[in-house]
Design a protein around this ligand. Sequence first.
Ligand code: ADP
Length: 436
Amino acid sequence: MNFKVKGKKVLVYGMGMSGQAASKLLHEHGACVSTYDDEGKMSNYFANEKNPMQKEYQLIVVSPGIVVRGNTLISYFIRKGTPVVSELDLGYIFAKGKVVGISGTNGKTTVTSLVGEICKHSGRETFVCGNIGLPLSTIADKTSRHSTIVCEVSNFQLELSSHFKADIACMLNLAPDHIDRHGSFEEYARVKRTLIKKRGQKVILNYDDEGINRWSLTRKTTFFSKTILNKGVYVKNNYIFFNKTKILPLSEITMFGEKNLENVLAAVAIAVKLKIKPNIIREAVASFKAPPHRLMYLGRLRGADVFDDSKATNISSTIAAISSLGDKGLVILLGGLNKDFKFDEIFNKGWNFEEVVCFGACGKEICECGKKYGYNPICFESMKDATCYVRDKAAAGQKILLSPACASFDEFSSYAVRGVMFKEIMFGERLQIEMS
Ligand code: ADP
């Protein structure tokens, strides 16, 4: 791609991990880098602008952490005709090799990690990056034309991305999320769909997800499904097939729950499109463990099984967890920071929870919603108090599940810190992560 930054004045907007990575990449390619952050985060290496709208730039690079909707700075530069690209675009422009892009409302990290493991197992030079915690801009210069880049792509990264084109683009599912940032579900879905709309891509879609199975734009789309299909990746007689080829038996999958089966099917579909051999896929799937805080079994407390699903930060992931575990004996902890959700879907299915325990900034709202459907939730100010309560009442036959359906930022710096604290209270272990 003909995209030169040498000698150009470039503003990097947003100084989180991605912004820092973009600045470094630009500098290494000879750009004159300035930075700006609404919250005053500074770069230690580059000029920090106070009033970027008073300056001229030849390119603006925007980090995924920046809210685009209603952003005066971004609209100002777009109106002025200054090219505005995302950090994902920038990384993509300098990266070499085959790019796999994985998106969807839930399961992105799980599938990205699994595809990464399968690729590594096949002996390829593999880079696992993107929203998973390693910006594409960080690894771009390390890649070669032999590399396989497995990139988790979030909506925030896609929002201003017009250059990024995944050779293989996979969409896992679609459900409401981040409405607070996008303004509407329609806009959230529109942005997601841009991942699979580029010419010449191999597109992989979840046949079983009503939201996206209609998104197929070409006859070349590969579908994956938990039911039998004529072609594509599907389940038949407890085996995963690709077309007529047996790939692996379901019994070898170590992650549990229906949704994780969907994740494995997606990863298999990507792997076969990468032309990785069935035995390699099979071995890598069999040895793969789901990343932490995703419906993770923590252990037993006085006969109660305890699960950490702190990464469930939207309604559909919480519903997936409940469906996987079953409602019988289920003590569910819900709450945190609401991302503009209504919680009815958790309570309108007639599930027979053992107890509903709410906490945090929207604890009361969830409680009120539960009451509408005849539940009698108990509400606590903090996650700590809610967890102490369930710990003290833990009894044989219970399944205690933290699957909050909300963001963690009202009380914690991340879902991971929330999950670690849950475990430490339930089992009295020392905290591994420094609390915010
Ligand atoms: P993401 O990166 O998209 O947030 P993760 O793999 O981190 O996805 O999982 C986030 C949450 O969604 C966890 O609670 C996990 O148990 C749940 N989850 C994982 N895969 C799926 C799926 N395919 N459908 C619904 N929920 C899922």
